[in-house]
Design a protein around this ligand. Structure first.
Ligand code: PGA
Length: 280
């Protein structure tokens, strides 16, 4: 299955490790649109949606599409998207290689099903399952060591935004998550800025609000890891992305894609969102 993914990135899509290095230019960062299905769709429904998406989006080669179904649907979705340009992603992973961790899933298990990506540090994991920056850091390290590309989520709550603490929180989350990572490791990560107040609420950050935070993140990355890593890092926006607002968000200079929850569960909506990334 690893082979499958390698072949895919070699033969077709210019993947995350294959980008140009000409500084902070959006055009050098391939757009990535990921669907986070959360705890929706059993394996049959997952197969049907993924298969239909594959057919509908067969002509898309310039945008990287990642589907992140629940663990139980990974295998079905993996076979549904075979011989497409889509990538498979998981929504979570444990930080140990294996062991007595009832209910948990390892990086190798995900890789063996064809996963290339894994979402780490989603705000629902942080808030509902008490995942700290330390845990996020452990998960990142293991995923990277084992060969998965993390989609690392960061973002402030409404209260934090209202207190003017957005930048402080985002910086703290980045610092905690990246502790002890080499610049090479950091270069493999996709970031997703997801303001918690915008997730599942229908309240999207305005393109400018999102772009401002993305720019802040990129500047912090540049301070710490240099222009090449900062300039190549994909920073996705997430939080009530819909077909109606996707284009305006994706047009922004610092927004390199979207992490889509609710709207990724609907065939027409997700197709439209992916297509809004064309001809920006
Ligand atoms: P939403 O979720 O698009 O439903 O707001 C985004 C996410 O949680 O990743």
């Amino acid at each position: 299955m690893n082979e499958k993914n390698n072949q895919k990135s070699e033969s077709g899509f210019k993947g995350p490790n294959n980008r140009h290095n000409s500084g902070m230019n959006k055009k050098t960062r391939p757009l990535l649109i990921a669907g986070n299905w959360k705890m929706f769709k059993d394996h049959k429904e997952g197969f049907a949606l993924a298969f239909a998406l594959k057919e509908r989006l067969a002509d898309i080669s310039t945008i990287q599409v990642v589907l992140c179904p629940p663990f139980t649907s990974l295998q079905a979705v993996s076979s549904a998207i075979e011989s497409s340009a889509f990538f498979l992603g998981a929504q979570n992973v444990h930080w140990e290689k294996e062991g007595a961790f009832t209910g948990e899933i390892s990086s190798q298990m995900l890789l063996s099903l064809g996963c290339k990506y894994v979402i780490i540090g989603h705000s629902e994991r942080r808030l509902l399952f008490h995942e700290s920056n330390k845990i996020v850091n452990l998960k990142l390290k293991t995923a990277l060591r084992e060969g998965l590309n993390p989609i690392l989520c960061i973002g402030e709550t409404l209260q934090e935004r209202e207190k003017g603490k957005t930048e402080e929180i985002v910086e703290e989350q980045l610092k905690g998550a990246f502790e002890d990572l080499t610049p090479e490791d950091v270069g493999k990560i996709v970031l997703a800025y997801e303001p918690v107040w915008a997730i599942g609420t229908g309240k999207t950050a305005t393109p400018k609000q999102a772009n401002d935070v993305h720019l802040f993140i990129r500047r912090k990355l540049e301070e710490r890891y240099g222009q090449e890593i900062a300039g190549n890092m994909r920073i996705l926006y997430g939080g009530s992305v819909k077909s109606e607002n996707a284009k305006d968000l994706l047009k922004e200079q610092e927004i390199d894609g979207a992490l889509v929850g609710g709207a990724s569960l609907d065939l027409d909506s997700f197709e439209k969102i992916v297509r809004s990334g064309l001809d920006l």
